[in-house]
Design a protein around this ligand. Structure first.
Ligand SMILES: CC(C)(COP(=O)(O)OP(=O)(O)OC[C@H]1O[C@@H](n2cnc3c(N)ncnc32)[C@H](O)[C@@H]1OP(=O)(O)O)[C@@H](O)C(=O)NCCC(=O)NCCS
Length: 183
């Protein structure tokens, strides 16, 4: 069969991204974890402004677009009462879980919330038989790189000007879930 036709008939991979909201105490804070939806958009943009000194690397369109991809994406938000504390997003393919975005509000950073969110996505990767979990991080973001290394991620390749508006390189980091990396 011609490749393009065989691709057409290829079954769409199914991912188990089921999620039930829950409450968990982390660093003495009783935090609510839930799936992100359009009603969280304003809070997400405000959190980005607080984290990135007024900038929103992901604008409303990018968030809204990602939140529609229920089939292979999972976006989670964490609230302390009515205050958005942080969020994480990941996109899954047959071999790879890719963390697309993560941020913790400045006043809640360094309390293990980010590590917990990344660990959750690692669990989803395992559940969906992924070989690796990957992400990109700015070369100058040593705090985030250290956090990922503590979770087992290893530096992989440098992507030149990955953050193209600021001309900053991105470091691709990989967590090997099967001991044999990319196939
Ligand atoms: C990077 C980020 C997601 C980590 O989440 P977090 O909840 O703050 O991190 P954790 O509390 O889980 O800490 C994990 C490790 O990160 C490092 N770390 C986190 N915050 C730190 C800080 N303020 N100063 C120094 N190291 C810090 C430490 O090594 C820490 O390990 P330790 O607790 O054993 O010291 C969060 O700090 C953040 O949102 N930063 C701004 C946005 C950003 O950089 N996003 C990542 C884009 S790729």
């Amino acid at each position: 069969m011609l490749k393009k036709f065989s691709d057409f008939f290829k079954p769409v991979p199914q991912f188990d991204l089921s999620f039930e909201p829950f409450v968990k105490v982390i660093s003495h804070l009783s935090l609510q974890f839930m799936k992100a939806n359009d009603s969280h958009l304003e809070d997400l943009l405000n959190l980005e402004r607080r984290v990135y000194r007024g900038r929103t690397p992901w604008d409303r369109f990018s968030f809204r677009n990602e939140l529609k991809k229920h089939h292979n994406s999972l976006y989670l938000v964490v609230y302390d009462g009515s205050q958005l504390v942080g969020f994480i997003g990941a996109r899954f393919s047959e071999q790879e879980g890719h963390i697309t975005n993560i941020a913790i509000s400045p006043e809640y950073q360094h309390r293990k919330i980010g590590s917990f969110l990344v660990s959750m996505m690692i669990d989803y990767g395992r559940r969906n038989n992924c070989t690796v979990i990957t992400l990109e991080v700015r070369m100058d973001n040593l705090v985030a790189q250290t956090a990922y290394k503590k979770l087992g991620f290893k530096p992989n390749i440098v992507r030149k000007n990955y953050y193209y508006t600021e001309k900053v390189d991105g470091l691709n980091m990989v967590l090997d879930l099967k001991g044999d990396g990319f196939k």
